[in-house]
Design a protein around this ligand. Structure first.
Ligand SMILES: [Zn+2]
Length: 42
């Protein structure tokens, strides 16, 4: 799988990513975008 945040599109290898399911697909989200998802800002 491509190591890329589906929210911000970053693929910085130094950053931490977490797996998640979005629109029925498994994707990665970086920890910087995780609070955005949790608080539902999008
Ligand atoms: Zn991100």
């Amino acid at each position: 799988m491509e190591t890329k945040c589906f929210v911000c599109g970053v693929n910085d290898k130094e950053r931490v990513y977490l797996p998640c399911i979005h629109a029925g697909e498994q994707k990665l989200v970086c920890v910087r975008c995780l609070p955005i998802l949790i608080h539902g800002a999008h």
